[in-house]
Design a protein around this ligand. Structure first.
Ligand code: SF4
Length: 460
């Protein structure tokens, strides 16, 4: 028993988090920067922070993730990191030649009070930013929020810096893609093409974090949102933000700066959220919904109907990021499963409201919590009180899965012990079928391996 010290006696905790259901802000900032073409993320802090953030992303995507660091030592930690960052900007443009450096702060640089905006402005004044090159920044102190907060802060920084309006609307839609996989971005592109909607997708991690093996190393892979595309976002007809936590700040900033109206909808995970996404696209792009997409929806419905007997009433525990698990929970309820335990380490007042709306009628016994104390320890304690049939979440659930012998579907971030997430989407109607395939596969494997011989079925 790896988690043998977890017991079911739940005590109120105020200042202690055990096995958090989140990770740190700069990882989100790095993830956004990687989805911009020719951009090098830069961590303003110690080398250890940067190494941790890079390695988490590298392990999740199985791709080399590049990032630079201000390499704080004792001097910078006491007197401030301005000279380290100025020197870094000089070195990075001279040696690594990115089009953009995306600087984010860390706990240490925030605590000593470094003002990234002031330092970057000084670097420009001092001529350290070559013509046609850019430095953007976001404040990402990790002692508040989570990796999702860091994602939102960097995305806001990007649109504030790049988007410009020439006061001539272009027939295109800004898709603020939310924290999804490169595979999901590819699925968005396929759906947008079917619907004949012309998008700017920001960030776009396809062809960056799922780049093919060519035998040649590219420091800046061919994917990522380009500078002209980001500039043009200021003249798009509308912005569609996928996930309130990740994209609302950027959508508001774009509206304030360039008067681009926006709509926030959920990441299209599952049936209803995909319905809303397709309808929002249809409205934003002024296009109708093609029959081929209606057929995809029908296929998802068909799988749900065929497999309903295995899903009905099954108790599920889910953890992850609000923008991803809110539509997932809605999908689980729609297929008649019972998401009974839900935690998210990312704070945000709307979480309770959204969960109550989805669960209060259909699963009134559900327990859910978000914020700092909503951790994997609490999740395990709930499970010890009353067991579940399935776990859905990132890799960190494998300890609970092993100790309690519960089928486990990996979804979310990070997944560092399996592959597939970067290549097979979980968004859209096709993504819904993939989620069902994973759920049914895990649960049916358990049935096959534990049922009595007289109940062992060839056909399921
Ligand atoms: S929590 Fe803070 S100190 Fe720790 S790795 Fe993240 S940014 Fe660095």
């Amino acid at each position: 028993m790896l988690l043998r010290h977890t017991n079911s006696d739940i005590k109120e905790r105020k200042a202690l988090t055990v096995n958090p259901a989140k990770t740190c802000q700069p990882i989100g900032a790095m993830y956004v920067a990687l989805g911009i073409h020719g951009c090098l993320p830069h961590s303003h802090g110690s080398q250890g922070c940067c190494a941790y953030h890079r390695s988490t992303l590298t392990r999740h995507f199985k791709e080399p993730v590049m990032a630079a660091t201000s390499s704080f030592t004792e001097g910078a930690s006491v007197f401030g990191g301005q000279s380290n960052l100025m020197q870094s900007i000089d070195n990075i443009f001279a040696i690594y030649e990115p089009e953009i450096i995306a600087v984010h702060s860390t706990c240490l640089s925030e605590t000593i009070g470094d003002d990234l905006g002031q330092i970057v402005a000084k670097a420009r004044e001092d001529g350290k930013v070559p013509p046609g090159r850019h430095v953007i920044q976001a404040s990402t102190p990790s002692y508040t929020g989570s990796h999702v907060t860091g994602y939102a802060n960097m995305l806001e920084g990007v649109v504030k810096y790049f988007a410009e309006s020439a006061n001539e609307k272009i027939r295109q839609v800004n898709l603020l893609s939310g924290w999804v996989e490169p595979s999901d971005i590819r699925e968005f592109k396929r759906l947008l093409k079917l619907m004949k909607v012309s998008p700017v997708i920001l960030p776009d991690t396809s062809d960056v974090l799922d780049a093919p093996m060519t035998g040649k190393y590219d420091m800046y892979p061919k994917g990522g949102t380009t500078i002209p595309d980001m500039v043009s976002m200021g003249d798009s007809m509308v912005s569609l933000g996928l996930g309130e936590w990740g994209t609302k700040k950027a959508a508001v900033a774009l509206d304030n700066k360039c008067k681009v109206k926006f709509e926030i909808t959920d990441i299209p995970i599952g049936l209803k959220a995909t319905d809303r996404f397709i309808q929002a696209l249809s409205k934003a792009g002024l296009v109708s919904i093609p029959e081929s997409i209606t057929d995809e929806r029908g296929r998802l419905l068909d799988v749900i109907t065929d497999m309903h007997q295995y899903l009905y009433g099954k108790r599920v525990a889910v953890w992850g990021d609000p923008d991803n698990i809110i539509p997932l929970i809605e999908f689980l309820v729609d297929i008649d499963m019972k998401p009974v335990y839900i935690v998210s380490g990312t704070p945000g007042k709307r979480f309770d409201k959204r969960m109550s709306e989805i669960l209060s009628e259909r699963v009134p016994e559900a327990k859910f919590k978000n914020g700092a104390n909503a951790d994997m320890f609490l999740m395990h304690q709930w499970i010890k009180e009353e067991a579940v049939d399935l776990l859905i979440g990132n890799t960190y659930g494998k300890y609970i899965a092993r100790d309690e012998n519960i089928p486990f579907v990996r979804m979310g971030f990070p997944i560092v012990d399996r592959i597939g997430h970067s290549y097979f989407p979980t968004v859209g109607y096709l993504g819904g079928i993939r989620i069902l395939e994973k759920i049914l596969g895990a649960m049916m494997d358990k049935i096959d391996s534990t049922c009595p011989e007289e109940s062992f079925e060839l056909v399921m």
